[in-house]
Design a binder for this molecule. Structure first.
Ligand code: ADP
Ligand code: MG
Length: 642
């Protein structure tokens, strides 16, 4: 994607390439918005070095020759105070020229352009957004005026020298005699020389990178790798504990360490919300360390979102984003699985069918669900924060995961008429606890927004009688409710549908359902006007204040679902609603006495359109509605004197 500036394509001479537009934008933002916490650049570079070592270790399983005579993996951080340079060197997999261009010159992550479009220019909120995007390699430019990368791929070929001052372009040269792996050399900015100091570096490494599974060593030396002074023997002591964090026992690992490790595996900038670390022994042995993020990624609904856990087999890194260990609806969970039983050469294809994987996945799913249930019990506030971010995805689970449906239903939260605002949510258990003694249903309503739901005329009688109704307004709710029938034996009832039965009333019998409808004189007159548009007309039991409302049949597609399906280009079979009128309403009393049939028809049409508007529907013919409304207004207003 980068365009070549230099005409000279010769491999041996220098070439200047432009950063991909997105990369350039992100780089600029990074430098300017994350400035307040710039020491994290070191964490990012160490994290990359550790990933590079993991990758080589994995490749060497099949081809040990890749290791050559250097199998002692390590990350060395050296500095030269006088020169103002800091070097992070690894003996990992390295990069070829093409890889350097692809990884350091572009951002491959899907959705980057949309992401950038979401930035506001406000530093604080932007820095949070960038944080969830993952800061990565470019964070080096927060402290460096120039970054140099020397890298030699383990696969052989020429070494590469990449250089940039973080503006529009970078240069590439061939570099020879490099040791295997990558050296990132930072030419520190004048105000960042503190990062060329032993104590400061050790402190940062201990703080952010203690969990890294290979030794991270800090020492002062001129010219690592290309050292002319062969005699120079620095003090080679690892600063970190160099033991993969998840292999340690829970009691040994501090919260801060867990949090830093999370940032390493997730690329998240913020602390996790919660985590669960478990060693499982039995039929299959594995360790899982699962994290819940604080915030949903901006691309949670992107199908190509990389998801899943980091997979290790007997401590050896195998792959990122192993999505076979989690159901789709838990795609936001981050962490590590380390299995003792899977073969080292396991592939994604094998993972897909392996019974060990299925068994781990089932266990991990239960683990996450019980972690959530625990959180909901012990820390409702934290759970509420979680729910706000991920509730919609958990709802997918309630619809899809039959085996765990009962557990997932306990996790669901809904706004309700009891709460008074959209943030006050209730669990289904809360609802059952509050329900009336003679109440045999869990009542709910689906609409497009909280406001539409909470003010719907369909709720009037429920409010009147103090019966709680769950208010649903997430896009997914109607789909969800179409797959749930009951909770703890109590059926769900959509108050917008069918002939609702209120607590204490007996269910109307099938065959006399329409009996009282036929008794009302207005039924037939109204039917004559809007009969084409509706399934039927009947007096309502739902309404106390509004004159009329529309009611779906038990199986008709609701408005929310209809809008979603229509937006996705599907044609919908027309399902007609019932028109219910409030026979006690003064407007209907007047209507009853209206002798002029034309005027009667006009008023009924208006009531019909209003009922449709009140439930968030769209009018088929808004222009006619407006002109009818205006005629009515003209009748009401006194004529001008002149
Ligand atoms: P991320 O680590 O999330 O992929 P980064 O911006 O940190 O994003 O790094 C971009 C890519 O550059 C990495 O995915 C990797 O392919 C490559 N890379 C960075 N540092 C190294 C390194 N030390 N050795 C090999 N490859 C590296
Ligand atoms: Mg990285």
């Amino acid at each position: 994607m980068s365009d070549t500036q230099s005409e000279n394509q010769s491999q041996s001479s220098s070439e200047t390439l432009n950063f991909q537009t997105e990369a350039k934008q992100l780089l600029q933002l990074m430098i300017h918005s994350l400035y307040s916490n710039r020491e994290i650049f070191l964490r990012e570079l160490i994290s990359n070095a550790s990933d590079a070592i993991d990758k080589l270790r994995f490749r060497a399983i099949e081809d040990a020759s890749l290791l050559g005579d250097d199998a002692d993996f390590r990350i060395d951080i050296t500095f030269d105070k006088d020169a103002g340079t800091l070097t992070i060197a690894d003996n990992g997999i390295g990069m070829t020229r093409d890889e350097v261009i692809a990884h350091l010159g572009t951002i491959a992550k899907s959705g980057t352009a949309e992401f950038l479009a979401n930035l506001t220019g406000d530093q604080q909120s932007d820095s949070q957004l960038i944080g969830q995007f993952g800061v990565g390699f470019y964070s080096a430019f927060m402290v460096a005026k120039e970054v140099e990368v020397l890298t030699q791929s383990a696969a052989g070929g020429d070494g590469v020298r990449w250089r940039s001052s973080g503006e529009d372009a970078y240069s590439l040269d061939v570099a020879t005699d490099l040791p295997r792996g990558t050296q990132v050399i930072l030419h520190l900015q004048e105000d960042a020389t503190e990062y060329a100091e032993d104590a400061r570096l050790r402190h940062i490494v201990t703080r952010y990178s203690d969990h890294i599974g290979v030794p991270v060593r800090v020492f002062s030396t001129p010219g690592y790798g290309a050292s002319e002074d062969e005699e120079f023997v620095p003090e080679l002591e690892a600063v970190n504990s160099a033991q993969a964090l998840w292999t340690r026992s829970r009691s040994e690992v501090g919260d801060e360490e867990y949090k830093e490790f999370y940032k390493h595996v997730s690329n998240d900038f913020e602390d996790p919300l919660n985590w669960s670390h478990n060693r499982v022994e039995g039929k299959f042995e594995y360790t899982s360390l699962l994290y819940l993020p604080k915030r949903a990624p901006f691309d949670l609904y992107n199908r190509e979102l990389p998801k899943g856990l980091k997979l290790y087999v007997q401590r050896v890194f195998i792959m990122d984003d192993a999505d076979q260990f989690l159901p789709l609806y838990l795609r936001f969970v981050k962490g590590v699985i380390d299995s003792n039983d899977l073969p080292l050469n396991v592939s994604r294809e094998i993972l897909q069918q392996d019974e060990r994987v299925t068994s781990i996945r089932n266990a991990v799913t239960k683990r996450v669900l019980s972690m959530l249930e625990d959180m909901a019990k012990k820390d409702p506030e934290q759970y509420q924060a979680f729910w706000k971010e991920f509730g919609e995805v958990i709802k997918e689970g309630a619809g899809e995961d039959f085996a765990n449906r009962q557990a997932i239903m306990k996790l669901l939260r809904f706004a309700s008429t009891h709460g008074g605002n959209s943030d006050k949510t209730a669990s289904l258990a809360d609802y059952l606890e509050r329900k009336k003694e003679d109440q045999e249903s869990i009542y709910y309503i689906c609409a497009e927004t909280y406001e539409t739901a909470s003010r719907s005329p369909h709720l009037e009688i429920f409010k009147d009688k103090g019966v709680e109704v769950l208010l649903m307004f997430d896009r997914i709710d109607e789909w969800l409710m179409s797959s749930l029938s009951e909770f703890e034996g109590v059926p769900f009832v959509d108050v917008m549908r069918g002939d609702v039965t209120l607590p204490g009333e007996s269910k109307p019998e099938e065959d006399n359902e329409d009996s009282d409808a036929e008794e009302h004189p207005l039924t037939e007159r109204i039917q004559a006007v809007i009969g084409e548009k509706v399934e039927g007309v009947r007096p309502s039991k739902r309404l106390t204040d509004s004159p009329a409302c529309l009611v779906l049949s038990d199986y008709g597609v609701g408005i929310q679902m209809r809008k979603i399906l229509e937006a996705s280009g599907q044609s919908m079979p027309e399902t007609k609603p019932f028109f219910e009128f409030n026979a006690e309403h003064p407007l209907l009393h007047r209507l009853d006495t209206e002798q002029d049939e034309d005027r009667f028809a006009e008023l009924v049409e208006l009531l019909f359109d209003q009922a449709s508007l009140a439930e968030g529907g769209t009018l088929q013919d808004p222009a006619t509605y407006v002109s009818r409304m205006n005629r009515l207004l003209m009748d009401l207003l006194p004529a001008n004197e002149a």
